[in-house]
Design a protein around this ligand. Structure first.
Ligand code: NAD
Length: 498
């Protein structure tokens, strides 16, 4: 029996009104486990109006009280960590340990938000002119919305929601329709933590709900994380209506392996970063750039490890890699592997034939490893978002960095080397937002900020950390004096201060 998943509005779960639903499936079995409601424009409006009323009080509350709610949320998320993780395993497919790790990454941002009083505190300059002072403050925007992808159903809503709410906004989340149950539980935890009803709401749905948020005059800011095509659409639609928009998008992350790299470490890094979460991470490594003579040696170590990957249902503690999120997505990834073969890349490990007894209807795909991939191939240009790693051979460091810089995407990258000079040059010259030196997935800790370059982002702000504070607040600067008995007369001209 499929469970009906509605919306979380005004402090409670409610059913959908549209009569339109999407299937939520267990990726390991293919079974339809839920029917998620798709909101109408009117339901989105209802959520926004409730949020608007709730924000008035919440935004005016002392930050100390807002951050106490964040402290409560932190302990509740820790207490319910296994429940949050289990919901993700059942709808997303990732392994249980990986799902718990995801909650941990979301918690980091909640922890950062626990110090929001400090992060929002303004600047004060005394005596900017005689008896005149200036101070700058940051105030919330009002009702802000977040549109999130399927691959991190808890972490990304925390990146946005914890920051938005701690800054004094009300937040309307439109999570992915593929795995909505964990975000619904997150909304309940916010409420249990003491957040007033209406400040964090979940509206489930598809394009209709997204468009309603984009058009809504009472939503001045939109955060989006998802694919580049949809992110670009959201960015244009939102900014055309003078909204503030941050859209973090797709990726094709290269890891450059220099001839002096520790190859055991590099192999471990490629296995974890290429195949962890079945490659469904925006910071997954999907291209290994082997410099000089390192390619053959690396391939000798890598190929047996890819063949030996333990693929199985995420709930099985033995599984290193779970299924892909949907059958449709699995087939799309399979199509890319076929295309790679057709275009002449060498498929060193072919995971296409993988069948798991008892899970014949699951969306499984074994790890795939390509060698001799070239920049003109589709599998090099496109984001595949699956367990497919492409090796590109490069003659020199300069050629390798040229490859990274010429690629359309610019989310993350890494270099593996023992040479500090090469590492420094790489970090300095590479046109990518997040760079790892002997770190394959350089996701910044919560008190730094996350964001790519090029086709991996639209908008000027990264997400969480101080970038999050800046995105979710407006700057106001006050200049004041309290003259007693002095009359300077009308001043028609600017003059230098001091
Ligand atoms: P997606 O773009 O299909 O969906 C993202 C959100 O947009 C979902 O909430 C979805 O319901 C909505 N949406 C989908 N189609 C829409 C349409 N036509 N109009 C309006 N809204 C629409 O992305 P996904 O498949 O859920 O997630 C995977 C993508 O997200 C990958 O490209 C991945 O790289 C990217 N991602 C990026 C980051 C980052 O920080 N840069 C992080 C995680 C995932």
């Amino acid at each position: 029996m499929a469970t009906e998943i509605g919306h979380y509005i005004n402090g409670k779960r409610i059913g959908g009104q549209s009569g339109r639903f999407g299937d939520v499936t267990n990726p390991a079995t293919g079974e339809v486990t839920g029917k998620v409601a798709f909101a109408t424009e009117a339901e989105v409006d209802q959520a926004v109006q409730i949020a608007k009323r709730a924000q008035a009080g919440w935004g005016n509350m002392p930050p100390l009280r807002r951050q106490r709610v964040m402290f409560n949320l932190k302990s509740l998320m820790e207490k319910r960590l296994d429940d949050l993780a289990r919901l993700m395993v059942l709808e997303h497919g990732k392994t249980f340990d990986d799902a718990k790790g995801e909650v941990g990454r979301g918690l980091e941002v909640v922890e950062f938000a626990c110090g929001i009083g400090h992060h929002m505190k303004g600047d004060f300059s005394e005596q900017v002119a005689t008896d005149m002072d200036t101070w700058s403050i940051r105030q919330p925007l009002g009702v802000v919305a977040g549109i999130t992808p399927f691959n991190f159903p808890i972490m990304i809503p925390c990146w946005m929601g914890a920051m938005a709410v701690a800054c004094g906004n009300a937040f309307v989340l439109k999570p992915s329709e593929k795995d909505p149950s964990a975000p619904m539980l997150l909304a309940e935890l916010f409420a249990e933590a003491g957040l007033p009803a209406g400040v964090f709401q979940v509206i489930n749905g598809d394009k209709v709900a997204v468009d309603a948020l984009l058009k809504h005059p009472d939503v001045p800011a939109i955060s989006f994380v998802g694919s580049t095509a949809i992110g670009e659409y959201v960015y244009h639609q939102g900014t055309e209506r003078n909204k503030r928009v941050q859209a973090l998008c797709g990726a094709k992350n290269h890891m450059v392996i220099m001839p002096d790299a520790d190859l055991d470490q590099a192999t471990d890094a490629l296995i974890g970063a290429g195949y962890g979460a079945a490659g469904e991470r925006c910071m997954a490594i999907s291209v290994a750039v082997a410099v000089g003579d390192v390619g053959d040696r690396l391939l000798d170590k890598l190929a047996p490890r890819v063949r030996a990957l333990k693929v199985g249902p995420g709930i099985d503690p033995q599984s290193e890699m779970g299924p892909l999120v949907t059958r449709q997505h699995r087939d799309k990834v399979l199509g890319y592997v076929d295309q790679g073969v057709k275009e002449g890349a060498k498929l060193v490990v072919d995971g296409r034939g993988l069948r798991l007894q008892g899970y014949e209807n699951g969306n499984f795909l074994g790890g795939c490893l390509f060698d001799q991939v070239t920049p003109d191939m589709t599998i090099y240009k496109d984001e595949i978002f699956g367990p497919v790693l492409s090796m590109v051979r490069s003659k020199s460091f300069d050629e390798a960095i040229g490859l990274v810089n010429d690629h359309a995407y610019g989310n993350g990258t890494a270099i593996f080397t023992r040479d500090g000079d090469a590492a420094r040059a790489f970090a300095n010259q590479v046109k990518i937002g997040m760079v790892g030196i002997n770190v394959p997935i350089p996701v910044p800790v919560a008190y730094h900020s996350f964001g790519g370059w090029k086709a991996s982002i639209f908008g000027d702000h990264g997400i969480y950390g101080m970038e999050g504070v800046r995105f979710y607040t407006k700057l106001k600067t006050v200049t004041a004096r309290w003259p007693t008995g002095i009359r300077a007369g009308a001043e028609f001209n600017f003059r230098a201060r001091g």
